[in-house]
Design a protein around this ligand. Structure first.
Ligand code: PLP
Length: 386
């Protein structure tokens, strides 16, 4: 299979796979006080250090969760609960963007009430949040800004550093969903003043079912979403996903060694894919920012064709792509992210996301363009829309 859906999930890194195999026999509970328990506790702490070194933060600022969605839920609900505790009736206001992942949008929708107001910022035609609009939307009740680092469907990288400065100047907490940015953009948490950051293992060649919240020391302490034992310093109860955590540590160790070369390679391949599509297929529109975009993400609308028809023809030829975020596929509505760029529903319906990863090759890209060209020509010939 030619796998071009790395923003949905990634295959395991071979080194991560090796580590998982070794870890399968570590069955002791890391909270147990006897030797085997302590050995596993140490391995968890080593993984925590590995991740902290990569992000340039302190190990005690890393909290393990089950996924990026849990990390996002914990931060948003935690911040709000913190403000509304003890029967506080003061209004709270949160600022986010309309192109966030459903784990942000749907969580905030569920929190909206008389006391909780949410501003969903529009984005420009490239998917970029406008800093002036952000500044204008700040109110005296604003307690949190949550803006994604990079978008999963179009790859646009948001001006996170500028936003972090605005949040700091206005004494507002700042969270960023960095699930798609980790391993693809340099992130140094000593320099970048975010209070909270979410990430997920399965987007960086680690297994599914492991995520992280970075919570900056000194920022408002978010209460746990899952109550129970004292794991993760009381911030996230539940016996640790030992295999997932150790695997994630290894994925970060490999990222540290390989990330630079990987970004370079993936960028070259995506540029090849993009230029070959532009050269060979007429009536297309590239969605996302021309330069401030993840190296491996290419979202294209093929006018007059439904994205799903292209996806199925590519699938028949053993090429895996997607028509939107994995979570919203199956929905008949056009992608809200593409619609947010100000295009028509037809253009949004005709979009395909190619997301490249460390295993792709030049041959795969050229083969994809060949099949894509034939598919688009065939589907346009058959299309009732002329
Ligand atoms: N945030 C973004 C930007 C994502 O792309 C995803 C997954 O697609 C998530 C959050 C959710 O991560 P997880 O699948 O680990 O819950």
């Amino acid at each position: 299979m030619i796998y071009l859906d790395n923003n949905a999930t990634t295959p395991l890194h071979p080194k991560v796979k090796e580590v998982i195999k070794e870890t399968l026999d570590y069955y002791s509970n890391p909270s147990s006080l006897y030797t085997n328990g302590r050995v596993i506790r140490e391995k968890i702490n080593n993984a925590r250090k590995e991740i902290a070194t990569f992000l340039n933060c302190k190990p005690n600022e890393i909290i393990f969760t089950s996924c990026g969605s849990e990390s996002n839920n914990t931060v948003l609900k935690g911040v709000i609960n913190n403000y509304l505790k003890d029967g506080n009736k003061n209004k709270v206001h949160i600022i986010t963007s309309i192109i966030e992942h459903p784990s942000i949008i749907n969580t905030l929708k569920s929190l909206e009430s008389e006391n909780v107001e949410v501003t969903y910022l529009n984005v420009d035609e490239n998917g970029m949040v406008n800093i002036e609009n952000l500044k204008k939307s700040i109110k005296k009740e604003t307690v949190l800004i949550s803006i994604m680092f990079a978008n999963n469907e179009i790859g646009t990288i948001e001006p996170i550093e500028d936003i972090s400065k605005i949040a700091l100047e206005n004494n507002i907490l700042f969270h960023t969903d960095a699930v798609q940015a980790i391993g693809k953009v340099d992130i140094d948490l000593k320099k970048l003043k975010v209070d909270y950051l979410s990430l997920s293992g399965h987007k960086i060649y680690a297994p599914k079912g492991i995520g992280v919240i970075f919570e900056r020391e000194g920022s408002i302490h978010i209460p746990p979403l899952i109550n129970g034992g004292h794991q993760e310093n009381g911030l996230r109860a539940g016996t640790e996903n030992v295999i997932g955590i150790i695997a994630l540590g290894e994925a970060f160790r490999m990222l540290k060694l390989e990330m630079k070369d990987e970004i370079k390679k993936v960028k070259e391949l995506r540029e090849l894919l993009e230029s070959e599509i532009v050269k060979n297929i007429p009536d297309i529109k590239i969605n996302g920012h021309p330069t401030m975009r993840l190296a491996g993400t290419l979202n294209v609308s093929f006018k007059k064709i439904e994205g799903e028809s292209i996806l199925l023809r590519l699938d028949f030829n053993k090429i895996a792509v997607s028509t939107g975020s994995a979570c919203s596929s199956g929905s008949l509505d056009p992608s809200p992210v593409i619609m947010a760029l100000g295009v028509s529903p037809e253009i949004a319906h005709s979009s395909i996301r190619f997301s490249l990863g460390r295993e792709n090759t030049k041959e795969e890209i050229l083969k994809t363009v060949e099949i894509l060209k034939e598919s688009v020509e065939f589907l346009r010939m058959m299309s009732p829309i002329k």
